[in-house]
Design a protein around this ligand. Structure first.
Ligand code: NDP
Ligand code: 8X3
Length: 259
């Protein structure tokens, strides 16, 4: 028996990294997980793995969080299949694109980050939170970042989107206060996932640099923090968790063995 038996948990960005590990960890606690992302093959693979390991059904939702109406249709499909009573929403889908100074910034990259990291959370929350309000029960977990608390060189727009996540986390806390709904921000430092590959357009060498000579967090470490937050008693709201690798003391202060 898990601590989340039968509760429906929707995890965005579940096809990779932190989202995938979180979907797995929540399922291991007994949650009925809906894994959402754009890459259907990845989601299906996760569903197969979890079904084999845990003998449970996992829902896959192929969706782009940037597209509000696409998500609206998905929620309708969930309603039809009885999977729409989401108790735990993990707003995790996100990305960084590039690392250029503002004066050399690329508009398309800025739009991708803002549309996914900020508008994505708003789109999904707008569609899922009303059901939580109606039922007087729910927990929204937003995956922020150390980048939302500290600006590092050339982090500009990515940092701004994560600062926005921090603001939205507090805004949700305030707007939902008294409704029985918890809101948590989990803000990690460096986590080794596909994040860096995406940021550097799949250049393996560039992507490996942030983790060189140091031990980063793994996606499972962040998933553990999410599970801890959502398994506190209902009257306890863990408002924020800043989770850093031991080798990282700030956005820029990183101990590397080769230095
Ligand atoms: P990954 O690249 O491994 O995973 C990102 C996930 O987001 C993928 O599942 C991807 O799925 C999904 N995603 C991206 N765009 C969209 C979209 N438009 N619609 C739906 N899903 C989308 O990176 P991480 O696991 O590291 O990143 C997860 C979150 O953690 C992000 O919000 C990131 O900013 C944050 N974070 C990461 C840190 C790190 O060092 N790795 C540190 C701090 C925070 P698909 O491509 O299939 O759609
Ligand atoms: C991801 C961590 O330091 O690359 O949010 O911004 S960092």
């Amino acid at each position: 028996m898990g601590q989340l038996d039968g509760k429906i948990a929707l995890v965005t960005g579940a096809s990779s990294g932190i989202g995938r590990a979180t979907a797995r960890a929540l399922a291991r606690e007994g949650a009925r997980v809906i894994a959402a992302a754009r890459r259907q093959d990845r989601l299906e693979e996760l569903c197969r793995e979890l079904a084999a390991e845990l003998d449970i059904e996992v829902g896959a939702l192929t969706v782009d969080v940037r597209d509000h109406s696409d998500f609206e249709d998905s929620i309708e499909r969930l309603r039809e299949s009885g999977w729409d009573r989401v108790v735990i929403l993990v707003n995790n889908a996100g990305l960084a694109a590039g690392l250029e100074p503002i004066q050399e910034g690329v508009l398309d990259k800025w739009n991708r980050m803002i549309d996914t990291n900020v508008k994505g959370i708003l789109h999904v929350s707008r569609l899922v939170v009303p059901g939580m309000v109606e039922r007087g029960e729910g927990h929204v977990v937003n995956i922020g970042s150390i980048a939302g608390r500290e600006i590092y060189p050339n982090g500009n727009v990515y940092c701004a989107t994560k600062a926005a996540v921090r603001a939205l986390n507090k805004a949700l806390r305030i707007d939902l206060c008294g409704r029985g709904i918890r809101v948590t921000s989990v803000d990690p430092g460096l986590v080794e996932t596909e994040f860096s590959l995406v940021r550097f357009d799949h250049d393996q060498q560039l992507a490996a640099r942030p983790y060189a000579g140091m031990t980063p967090l793994g996606p499972g470490d962040v998933a553990d923090a999410v599970v801890w937050a959502v398994t506190r008693p209902p009257h306890v709201n863990v408002e924020e968790i800043l989770l850093m690798p031991t080798d990282q003391a700030s956005a820029e202060h990183i101990h590397r063995k080769s230095e």
